[in-house]
Design a protein around this ligand. Structure first.
Ligand code: MTE
Ligand code: MO
Length: 380
């Protein structure tokens, strides 16, 4: 088999005009994903110098939904973009060192951009599918690589800016910046390629977000958990290994503030004043569903041990070794009237898979921090 050369690719569809436009849309997706990703990362920090707002309660649901939608839309766009620029891979490297160096730097930044983008989008998609076939921490890796990708993207934009500006302001059929060999008409028009790319991006984002739109949930092929009625179960009690401890008659919810402690049975909690709140579970993996939660206001429990307002609170689960087994609730969340230690969901006793005997539910908080099977509340 002969290795193709740049001249082997003759289609006018693989042009600067198409690359710049798809690149622009891709850039928008990346900026949305980066901004919302930073919010999500910050929301999961144990210490937040400036706590995120507790209202509106659906804000994290919105930003994380946008995050996954932008990432999903970027997949078809990236594939089209790679197809358009593919011939450039076969461009010869200039002989003279003075010319070869900038070329090498430019291609190096593109290699980093393409590889990190592919890793970000594939691991993100596998995460949405709740499949973690790797040994590293998804969150730390996704966060670190985002900066690598954005750095490479900025270099890429800076290098290409003159061509990009020309291509975006010019006509879509303009050939000024095309490779000299890209002169044959393709099977479709450039406009058709762009329409297809845009429609695929919107379609992919729709397949993911449909789960949160009433009536079309069945189409949410990319976030199948949100299709079920009621609140989905992210991890069952059995797989978390908590069934025995959660159903044991010796179960107590400990509330501790320094040396002041209380140990409450579930019946003690049921005997306290009950409140009901509609709050979403907004999973970092993309799905979100709102439930009617009933339970005891966390603030009422903190009052039992004389905890003042304005204190961060650590929530521990019966389950150990999980991202959710030990999380910190910033003071503004702990003191919020809607933050409940929930005993019921949608008018029924909380099921063991949703966190029986008692679980945390707070407004505007990533799902992974809505601790199930709570065993201990510590005022910090
Ligand atoms: N103890 C414990 N709490 C947990 C989890 C877990 O694995 N263990 N999963 C979290 C995640 S990732 C989400 S999205 C929500 C889902 O709550 P649900 O299963 O009741 O829908 O619970 C959170 N609380
Ligand atoms: Mo989650």
């Amino acid at each position: 088999m002969r290795i193709p050369t740049e001249a082997s690719f003759t289609s006018r569809l693989r042009s600067a005009a198409v690359a710049a436009r798809v690149g622009l849309w891709l850039g928008v997706c990346f900026v949305v994903a980066l901004g919302t990703g930073l919010i999500s990362h910050y929301a999961q920090l144990d210490r937040q110098s400036v706590p995120l707002p507790t209202s509106p309660s659906w804000l994290y649901k919105l930003t994380q939904g946008l995050h996954v939608a932008a990432g999903t839309a970027a997949i078809p766009l990236l594939l089209v973009k790679l197809w358009v620029v593919f011939p450039k891979l076969f461009q010869p490297v200039p002989r003279k060192v003075r010319e070869a160096l900038p070329t090498a730097l430019e291609r190096g930044s593109i290699a980093i951009l393409v590889s990190t983008s592919l890793v970000q989008l594939t691991t993100g998609m596998l995460n949405v599918a709740q499949w973690y076939p790797w040994g590293f921490s998804f969150r730390a890796t996704h966060y670190a690589l985002a900066f690598v990708a954005v750095g490479a993207l900025l270099v890429h934009i800076a290098v290409k800016l003159p061509i990009v500006r020309d291509a975006l302001t010019g006509d879509v059929d303009d050939t000024t910046h095309d490779r000299p060999t890209a002169r044959s008409a393709g099977p479709v028009s450039r406009r058709a390629v762009l329409t297809l790319a845009g429609a695929s991006a919107l379609g992919a984002a729709f397949l993911y977000t449909a789960g949160t739109v009433p009536g079309v949930g069945r189409l949410a092929a990319l976030s199948s958990r949100s299709r079920k009625s009621g609140v989905p179960i992210n991890r069952t009690a059995r797989s978390a290994g908590v069934v025995a401890a959660a159903t044991n008659a010796d179960y107590r919810l400990e509330v501790a503030h320094g040396s002041a402690t209380r140990a409450l049975t579930r019946d003690d909690l049921v005997a306290m004043e009950q409140r009901t709140c509609a709050l979403p579970i907004a999973c970092v993996e993309g799905w979100s569903v709102t439930g009617e939660w009933t339970g005891v206001r966390l603030r009422d429990l903190l009052d039992l041990v004389g905890a003042p307002n304005g204190r961060d609170v650590r929530i521990r689960s019966i389950q150990t070794f999980s991202a959710s087994s030990d999380t910190v609730l910033p003071a503004s969340f702990a003191d919020d009237d809607r933050t409940l230690m929930a005993l019921g969901l949608d008018g029924e006793t909380l099921s063991i898979d949703h966190g029986y005997p008692v679980r945390l539910i707070a407004p505007d908080r990533p799902g992974v921090m809505q601790t199930k099977w709570v065993s201990r509340i510590e005022v910090l």
